[in-house]
Write a protein that binds this ligand. Structure first.
Ligand code: RAT
Ligand code: ZN
Length: 424
């Protein structure tokens, strides 16, 4: 880049140009047809906006849920965009999307926005959004327990290689008693007893699904009450089935810690909350399983400093993302700054958690703005210490943050991290 170009511009250009590998979303590849959510109505009925809109509406929960998606979108638009200024992060996100796609929501109404999206075929829509978001690959969340999703895997559908699979196993680890009949119905011969034979059947299930979907990692979200070690089905399943499975397939196990499900069930998917986790569990998981690799993110802001310190102690632990309630510019800045200052570039700053295709645009534009700001500050600190960074070094670092570090971590050959015995 030409001499005299400000550091922030150099960093900003590289951050904007570098494609990102989005390691965790709830998107589906277009082959999954109606499971791929897209367009204005899906953007508006996003559960982040549902919970915000109820704060501004008097409509009873039941009436809202009985309404069609179009009507629900109308209620939310009216409450959050017409009657109030859309200043929250999730609202601003909708506007970032529309603006990037060339629409002015102040001109016209929801009807004309709907017509614009309706004219866009899914494949073209995917191309357009991935280009605008500059996303090269998208990690899906794939649950064999999901009755809508499973049939797609059971027939072979044409796959878009940019969408990769991740095996999600919350029901297995968190509701063993109901997971067992589900597995039995599908040909796995097991009971709820904690026996070696049952663990072997769970491993067979995990192996079958890992192969069937081509999963790149295995994943769970955990409540704040999660403890390890503990005398629970969850712990038994982890020790006897899930962690051995991840070792066998040389794949990381991803933990999303601190979600308190159904705090307000009337809000349905928007009703989940947050609780502070006990990260001693993660520490003990890492130290008791030195041949496993762990990806981890926490929902509680209070846990995120501890997570970074733990990652300094265990190179088998890779922090990722600013998840859900921490995905606001202020918190993304704080968390990313802290991670860079304590870990250098050996982490993945963000995943989008997009549920609607178009959200890739706003989630990544907003993240890129923060990453530019924070990286520029760190490079300025280097300059003050007499070390000036070249564009190729900036590029190397951004590539690392936008998927490179994740890929290297994921593909690391299995090796023992057993503590070295002391000689005395
Ligand atoms: O961020 C979200 O959309 C949440 O609803 C959750 O799905 C969370 O990301 C999860 O993966 O459990
Ligand atoms: Zn998620």
């Amino acid at each position: 880049m030409a001499a005299g170009v400000p550091l922030s511009t150099r960093v900003g250009d590289i951050v904007t140009r570098t494609p990102v590998l989005d390691i965790h979303t709830h998107l589906y590849d277009p082959g999954f047809r109606s499971l791929l959510l897209r367009g204005i109505d899906d953007l508006l009925v996003y559960h982040y906006l549902v919970s915000e809109s109820f704060r501004q509406m008097d409509i009873p929960y039941d009436r809202f849920w009985a309404a069609s998606k179009t009507e629900q979108a109308g209620y939310i638009w009216d409450a959050l965009f017409v009657k109030h200024s859309p200043v929250s992060e999730a609202c601003t996100g909708v506007l970032t999307v529309l603006h990037a796609l060339g629409m002015d929501p102040r001109q016209g109404d929801l009807k004309s926005l709907r017509a614009w999206f309706a004219a866009l075929p899914a494949d073209e829509h995917v191309e357009r959004v991935m280009k605008a978001a500059n996303v090269s690959a998208v990690g899906m969340t794939n649950s064999p327990f999901d009755d809508e999703e499973r049939p797609y895997w059971e027939q072979s559908i044409p796959r878009d290689p940019r969408f990769f699979a991740a095996l999600r196993i919350d029901p297995l680890l968190l509701s063993w008693e109901t997971a067992v009949p589900f597995l039995r119905q599908r040909g796995y011969d097991l009971t709820t007893d904690r026996t070696a034979r049952n663990a072997a059947e769970v491993r067979r299930f995990l192996a079958d699904w890992t192969r069937r979907i081509g999963s790149r990692y295995c994943m769970v979200s955990l409540p704040p009450e999660f403890r390890y070690p503990a005398d629970t089905d969850t712990n038994w399943l982890l020790d006897q089935a899930v962690l051995p499975h991840c070792r066998e397939f040389n794949q990381p196990f991803a933990l999303m810690m601190g979600v308190r499900r159904a705090v307000n069930p009337s809000l349905r998917m928007a009703g989940d909350g947050v609780g502070r986790s006990d990260l001693n569990a993660l520490r003990d998981l890492c130290s008791a399983n030195p041949e496993n690799r762990f990806l981890a993110t926490c929902l509680s802001r209070e846990n995120l400093h501890e997570l970074v310190v733990l990652a300094r102690k265990f190179r088998t632990l890779h922090p990722f993302g600013c998840w859900w309630f921490t995905n606001t510019p202020q918190l993304v800045e704080e968390i990313t700054r802290m991670r860079l200052e304590l870990l250098g570039t050996s982490f993945t700053p963000q995943h989008s958690d997009a549920r609607v295709l178009d959200q890739l645009i706003y989630k990544w534009r907003h993240t890129r703005a923060v990453v530019t700001k924070v990286l520029t500050d760190r490079y300025q600190a280097l300059e003050a210490a007499g070390w000036s960074v070249s564009d190729s070094e900036i590029q190397r670092d951004v590539t690392e943050l936008f998927g490179g570090a994740f890929d290297r971590f994921r593909e690391k050959p299995l090796q023992s991290e057993r503590p070295v015995q002391s000689l005395d």
